[in-house]
Design a protein around this ligand. Structure first.
Ligand SMILES: Cc1cc2nc3c(=O)[nH]c(=O)nc-3n(C[C@H](O)[C@H](O)[C@H](O)COP(=O)(O)OP(=O)(O)OC[C@H]3O[C@@H](n4cnc5c(N)ncnc54)[C@H](O)[C@@H]3O)c2cc1C
Length: 423
């Protein structure tokens, strides 16, 4: 049955999350540094009790499906939950749903051996540790075929050398899940790399520098150098040569959750804007009465609703049993439009708040920059638009006639023939 209403049994959970995030989690954004700094005494004092409340409510780390040992809420409910988590910087980690740990736990659950699950997945799901996903390299991110970090087999070990780039949370992570070229001569370029699980304290790994950008509390994106790093063969996740397939597995759900958290941020910017334009007067009337201001409000609201529908439809398709590969057109469409939505709505919010909007008192400049973050991480917008176009065009075929079949005189001839109407 088609419906735009939430499941009545699930709505109370969403309402609980909404109130909990607004009242208890959002204040943490003003008090704490990086959300991944889980051993910081203030994190332990302030965040751990909130995580315990979430666990008691049965809403902890809900992202794994039942086949992977999770509660199996399905993508639609997860999307709606992430829309709430995204109202606060600390929302995801309070609910055990923070990137990159969600994606990493998904691939560990999917491809890990029982030993790997015990050693890495269990503490990760319990947020006793955090992790890092390291794929990108300094010489190229958007084209994974340029990756050079290589592993050479030496008996029962692999010796890895190379450099990695923008490895988020490398400093706080207990382990990396890292893409490494292990078979440079493999016939398919997509079978040349393997995924390794590497403890961050393994000798030979150096953080050359941590990079940050405006709005981030700490510099958490690492340039890594690996020099003769030795790991056992058992550190490979899945099969050798399977890194590309594994990387794809973690991206579908992750992109949906990220989209709903981005929507939450854009919605906050929109809510603040609406309150402000109703409150601030100039030239004898509130801003809300100016038509050019009304246009901005209308444009933002329409963008929010369009985007939300696209994400929920994609999540719904995933719940109908279609795998991520089958719906990659939709997933890439979500990823491609997400930065635009956040950029436009945060920019209008900034502008309509005037000088106050530009200042550090308001989050809008940070959110505008975040729109560039979401346009780059997990692949730049251009690449996702290319996927959308390529997938869309698969449903069409070329016509080798000189003029298209839908040219007016052809259509008219067809219509006359069909209904026996003389010219
Ligand atoms: C905040 C943040 C966190 C990140 N975290 C991680 C992480 O944890 N682990 C990790 O491995 N990586 C991470 N990344 C890296 C991310 O995956 C890369 O930034 C992304 O893949 C783009 O690679 P690049 O930065 O090298 O850009 P480049 O490959 O240098 O691309 C630069 C620009 O070129 C254009 N471009 C590229 N390809 C095409 C194309 N085919 N067609 C048209 N234009 C194109 C786009 O405008 C693109 O932005 C993170 C990035 C950011 C911004």
């Amino acid at each position: 049955m088609w419906s735009f209403e939430n499941d009545p049994e699930f709505q109370p959970e969403l309402d609980w999350i909404d109130t909990f995030v607004r009242e208890k989690v959002q204040p943490l954004d003003y008090l704490l540094g990086s959300q991944w700094n889980i051993h910081d005494p203030e994190f332990v004092r302030l965040v751990r009790p909130l995580q315990a409340e979430v666990q008691a409510r049965g809403l902890w780390a809900c992202h794994l499906g039942p086949e992977l040992g999770g509660p199996g809420y399905g993508q639609l409910k997860l999307a709606l939950m992430n829309e709430k988590f995204g109202m606060s910087r600390f929302g995801p980690i309070v609910f055990g749903a923070q990137a990159p740990d969600t994606g990493n736990s998904e691939i560990l659950a999917h491809f890990g051996t029982p030993e790997q699950k015990r050693t890495y997945l269990e503490p990760l799901l319990a947020n006793e540790v955090v992790s890092c996903f390291s794929m990108t390299e300094p010489q190229g991110g958007a084209d994974p075929l340029l990756f050079q970090t290589a592993g050479v087999r030496d008996g029962d070990e692999w010796v890895i050398n190379g450099e990695k780039w923008f490895a988020s949370e490398a400093e706080t992570a207990a382990f990396y899940i890292m893409m490494v070229v292990t078979d440079p001569d493999a016939e398919s370029p997509y079978q040349r790399a393997s995924m390794f699980i590497i403890d961050t304290d393994t000798p030979g790994i150096e953080i050359v520098r941590n990079y940050g950008f405006y709005g981030e509390r700490e510099d958490t994106h690492a340039h890594l150098r690996l020099t003769d790093v030795r790991v056992p063969h058992s550190a490979i996740l899945g099969e050798p040569g399977q890194a590309f397939a594994i990387a794809q597995t973690r991206l579908g759900g992750g992109r949906m959750h990220h989209a709903m958290r981005t929507l939450a941020q854009a919605t906050r910017a929109f809510d603040m804007t609406c309150e402000r334009v109703l409150s601030r007067s100039t030239k004898g009337e509130v801003l809300a009465r100016k038509q050019m201001v009304q246009e901005k409000i209308a444009d933002s609201w329409v963008q929010l609703r369009q985007f939300r529908l696209l994400v929920l439809e994609t999540a719904w398709m995933a719940d109908q049993g279609q795998d991520w590969k089958a719906i990659r057109k939709n997933v890439s469409a979500v990823k491609a439009i997400m930065p635009q939505v956040l950029h436009d709505i945060s920019s209008r919010a900034l502008h309509l708040h005037g000088s106050l909007g530009l200042s550090h008192e308001m989050p809008f400049a940070e959110w505008v920059i975040n729109s560039f973050h979401v346009g780059l991480a997990d692949g730049p917008t251009e690449v996702h638009k290319m996927v959308v176009a390529r997938e869309v065009l698969k449903d069409y075929k070329a016509d080798d006639a000189q003029f298209p079949s839908y040219v007016r005189h052809e259509q008219e001839r067809h219509a006359r023939a069909l209904y026996g109407v003389e010219a």
